[in-house]
Design a protein around this ligand. Sequence first.
Ligand SMILES: [Zn+2]
Length: 85
Amino acid sequence: MNIQDYENQLEGKECRWCKDSSESKRRNNCSLEGLRILQYNHDGGYKVDGFEKPQWLYVVCPNCDYQWSLQKLGIAQQINPPDTK
Ligand SMILES: [Zn+2]
């Protein structure tokens, strides 16, 4: 999985904070699809092709500037996922 593969997984994802605001409903801009993923080294992050270390991946909502980690959006492929028994 490279960054592009992760970006593809943003399909259909929405910013929960914007979703219910009447303004963003009108402008229909609570979608996180097509955003560029940002990343930094983080032990609890994702394995990404091209990076030696695990990467913390996130996107910034263009509407409210909230930083959505891919983890919070429910996108899998973490190296050290929480124990889910
Ligand atoms: Zn938002």
